[in-house]
Design a protein around this ligand. Structure first.
Ligand SMILES: CC(C)(COP(=O)(O)OP(=O)(O)OC[C@H]1O[C@@H](n2cnc3c(N)ncnc32)[C@H](O)[C@@H]1OP(=O)(O)O)[C@@H](O)C(=O)NCCC(=O)NCCSC(=O)C[C@H](O)C(=O)O
Ligand SMILES: [Mg+2]
Length: 346
């Protein structure tokens, strides 16, 4: 563990100083693009308009013989487009793979000044973050990169979940964390073949003899991990995200999984297909009715203290803070998205 004074020192002479506060950005969806496919790259200019974050994926889902093409496609995509307020991220290959070193040695010098965040898969502990942190500082110094490239960890191994707190606070370069339910299921030995979502057999059965027919209610397989991740991230001042939902045919289930994550404290999720962009936008923007109720609370308690009754419900300092979370998010959404600005009447 570093001493407080050393924590914010650049790790290489000439590297930019780490951020003390994360840049404030709207990140309702991290949209995955496979950059080895020409027709997908052609969609990037339109995607920049419609998503909050665009990510060039280099890891899983890219065939081994297309890894170099994906890396080159991502660099080309970054060079040929202007991203404005839309975040530009990449997911590099994992640290024990044969591709990761070239991912970093080629991407940082070529487009390091445009790249906001590197997503690091299969993070096991703080040592993975420390390695990438040091290497990025060296590459930033050598390439004259002007602002630090942030690290986003994927929480997708049993060991990573065990070490989630120390991963979250491993470096001021940490941006946040996403749940990777597919790899995590494999790592834990779960008996599923899905990318996120629930399972009909993971359920609770009502007692015998109390009803004519016993009922079962499906439970959320990811509740424990999302809660653990949110606590680790929020206490370290970084952001938590739900990851992918693989059943593109079941928009309702995708929306339900995203909404549970939103209510639990996550700020966004991954979109793997264009149809999931609208779902994430809808879910991770606060409900206009909640926004107007939050406004009532803040208006009734201008200094955030005391107790008042609104619509029959008691409000106090703690609900004032909840209201502030919703209003601050609504403000960020409204500043990017005119459709929501109108719904929130701002
Ligand atoms: C899975 C896909 C290859 C499916 O693509 P396709 O077969 O083309 O689907 P459709 O015909 O339904 O597509 C309709 C049109 O939409 C375009 N499209 C599809 N996906 C994207 C996209 N991601 N971005 C932009 N545009 C997209 C198609 O080109 C079609 O356009 P048109 O021909 O003009 O009509 C594809 O969706 C895909 O590759 N998605 C990303 C998959 C991915 O990144 N997977 C890895 C992340 S999940 C993971 O790694 C697990 C995690 O780590 C964990 O452990 O949990
Ligand atoms: Mg994975």
């Amino acid at each position: 563990m570093k001493t407080p004074r050393a924590y914010y020192q650049p790790l290489a002479i000439g590297a930019p100083a780490p951020y003390r506060e994360l840049p404030t950005r709207l990140e309702r969806m991290i949209h995955f693009v496979p950059p080895h496919i020409e027709k997908m790259l052609a969609k990037v200019p339109d995607l920049i308009e419609s998503v909050d974050v665009i990510l060039g994926n280099l890891e899983d889902a890219i065939p081994a013989d297309q890894k170099v093409a994906a890396r080159q496609g991502f660099i080309q995509m970054a060079q040929e487009n202007e991203f404005g307020s839309t975040g530009l991220w990449t997911r590099i290959n994992c640290l024990n793979s044969p591709w990761v070193l070239d991912d970093l040695l080629e991407i940082v010098p070529a487009i390091g000044n445009k790249l906001d965040v590197i997503m690091l898969p299969k993070v096991e502990g703080p040592w993975d973050i420390h390695y990438l942190d040091q290497l990025l500082a060296q590459l930033e110094a050598r390439g004259g990169i002007e602002r630090p490239i942030l690290i986003h960890a994927i929480l997708e191994t049993a060991e990573g979940v065990k070490n989630v707190d120390t991963i979250a606070s491993a470096s001021p370069r940490m941006h946040g964390m996403s749940l990777g339910p597919a790899d995590l299921a494999a790592s834990r030995g779960m008996k599923t073949t899905r990318v996120g979502g629930g399972h009909p057999d993971y359920s609770v059965l009502s007692d015998a003899g109390h009803e004519a027919a016993r009922t079962t209610v499906q439970q959320d397989l990811w509740h424990y991990t999302v809660a653990k991740m949110v606590d680790a991230c929020m206490s370290a001042g970084i952001r938590a995200f739900y990851g992918p939902f693989g059943d593109f045919a079941d928009d309702e289930a995708c929306e339900s999984q995203f909404r549970n994550a939103f209510l639990m404290g996550c700020v966004g999720a991954w979109s793997l297909h264009p149809r999931q962009i609208g779902i994430a936008k809808r879910v991770f923007s606060p409900d206009p009715n909640e926004v107007s109720f939050a406004r009532k609370i803040v208006n009734a308690m201008p200094d955030g203290t005391g107790a008042v009754m609104i619509d029959g419900k008691m409000q106090d300092d703690a609900t004032w803070k909840q209201a502030k979370v919703i209003l601050d998010l609504a403000e960020r959404v409204a500043s990017k998205d005119p459709e929501f600005a109108e719904k929130y009447s701002v």
